[in-house]
Design a protein around this ligand. Structure first.
Ligand SMILES: Cc1cc2nc3c(=O)[nH]c(=O)nc-3n(C[C@H](O)[C@H](O)[C@H](O)COP(=O)(O)OP(=O)(O)OC[C@H]3O[C@@H](n4cnc5c(N)ncnc54)[C@H](O)[C@@H]3O)c2cc1C
Length: 404
């Protein structure tokens, strides 16, 4: 079976074919809505309402939920294909879709013995709920493995207050999954993940989201005040959730989004160079060499994400596979590599289009793609990832064979 990421890169594909029912066609409908409203979403820094109305109508929000709970049992690879398709159309739509699906992947893998969360997954299917993620806090910044916020338990009830300085689409979500310290006595790294539905929390706006790119993610800062039953705390410790699901699925889906942004920019550059060649009686414009570079780096990027997906799907079959240091390192470095390559690809596309690419509007503008893709290096800062990976890399062997 072929996927959008595995298609030949120079065709800049838009389609994916999977085992789920007509996923290709349904994702195209959502991508069309995202493309139509992408400029307005960016200009007004507003939530991509039309994309998510279409995603709900096409029943994509619960695509990864197992069949026995009413979902389609789609794979992470299927989701990454949709992220890629949306990324070509509207980066904010794609990133919101990715962040929601990371939460779904966590719920699917880490709540098998929790009746409350199984019911939540069934509600997700029935009501097409959208879940947000809250890890960032003003006290701990981008360090996902440290929380200041604490779960306070009283009998069968629990409550927490979090200074969530960045929370994408917090105001629009139907539920939030948030990290917190297990108890007031716990170390900052002894964390749990708590699921709240909208009725369980209040949000007080504390920081606006007026930023360079990814403007439609509406990643406003809030004080989150949540309460519910203790059964809403996920049974697995966050440490396990982080290594087995949060990191790999985030880095794969985000890579799909950034590759999609890059593919969209390369598509525009290609149309520009073709048009210029037509007007120049077949003579390629001087910027054509930049298009070659853009296509080359896009090919490499797509190949590396597709190969990482294969790695993940095999590793995800066993706990040992997911826990392996080599796998963890590969997933961490994928994020840094994808973000750097996507930025490089979009820059080459911009160079290929010249002033037409630099203009804020017009058929060949690369500006939105460039502003959006620049978020990739700070969305869990590459510096932080590289610093954390350095000691692990000393323990990972260099493979003996090229295809090992
Ligand atoms: C589009 C977008 C959407 C987001 N959505 C959400 C969301 O929904 N929920 C959520 O919780 N968060 C969200 N975030 C926040 C994100 O998860 C990170 O917390 C945030 O991007 C980290 O920002 P930072 O670089 O300032 O923080 P930090 O990682 O704390 O870095 C701060 C500075 O320190 C440097 N630095 C950090 N560690 C090291 C190191 N080890 N070595 C050298 N230098 C280092 C960095 O280079 C940087 O200059 C979002 C971010 C973006 C861009």
């Amino acid at each position: 079976m072929k996927s959008a990421l595995m298609d030949t890169p120079d065709r800049i594909p838009t389609l994916c074919v999977t085992g789920t029912e007509n996923l290709k066609g349904r994702a195209e409908v959502v991508a069309a809505a995202a493309a139509e409203h992408g400029d307005a979403v960016d200009r007004d820094a507003r939530f991509p309402t039309e994309t998510f109305a279409a995603a709900r109508a096409q029943r994509l929000l619960g695509m990864m939920v197992p069949v026995e709970l009413g979902g389609e049992g789609a794979s992470v690879s299927d989701v990454v294909d949709v992220c890629y398709m949306l990324g070509r159309a509207c980066a904010s739509s794609a990133m919101i879709f990715a962040m929601h699906q990371i939460m779904v992947a966590i719920l699917v893998r880490h709540t098998r013995n929790s009746a409350w969360h199984r019911e939540l997954l069934q509600r997700l299917i029935a009501e097409q709920l959208l879940f947000a993620s809250s890890t960032t806090e003003n006290q701990t910044g981008g360090d996902v493995r440290a929380s200041a916020c604490v779960v306070e338990r009283t009998g069968t009830r629990m409550a927490l207050v979090k200074n969530a300085t960045v929370m994408s689409y917090g105001a629009e979500a139907d539920g939030i999954l948030t990290t917190a310290r297990r108890s007031a006595d716990s170390a900052s790294s002894d964390q749990v993940l708590v699921a709240f539905l909208k009725k369980d929390y209040e949000l007080e706006r504390i920081v606006d989201w007026d930023v360079l790119g990814m403007r439609g993610t509406c990643s406003t800062g809030f004080t989150l005040r949540g309460q519910g039953g203790v059964e809403q705390i996920l049974p697995d410790a966050y440490e396990k959730i982080h290594t087995q699901s949060m990191v790999p699925v985030a880095h794969l889906t985000w890579s799909g989004v950034w590759t999609g942004i890059a593919a969209g920019a390369v598509g525009r550059a290609r149309r520009f160079v073709r048009g210029a060649a037509r007007h120049g009686s077949g003579q390629l414009p001087p910027g054509a060499a930049h298009l070659t570079r853009a296509v080359m780096s896009l090919r490499a990027l797509r190949g590396s994400v597709a190969s990482a997906l294969q790695h993940y799907e095999i590793a995800a079959m066993t706990e040992d596979g997911l826990a392996a240091l080599e796998f963890q390192t590969a997933m961490n470095l994928l994020k840094v590599n994808s973000s750097e390559s996507a930025i490089e690809t979009v820059m080459s596309a911009m160079q290929a289009c010249g002033l037409s690419g630099y203009r804020n509007s017009g058929e060949f503008s690369i500006c939105r793609s460039l502003r959006d893709v620049l978020s990739s290096s700070i969305m869990i800062n590459n510096d932080r990832i590289l610093a954390n990976a350095a000691s692990a890399l000393l323990l990972v062997d260099i493979p003996a064979l090229l295809r090992d």
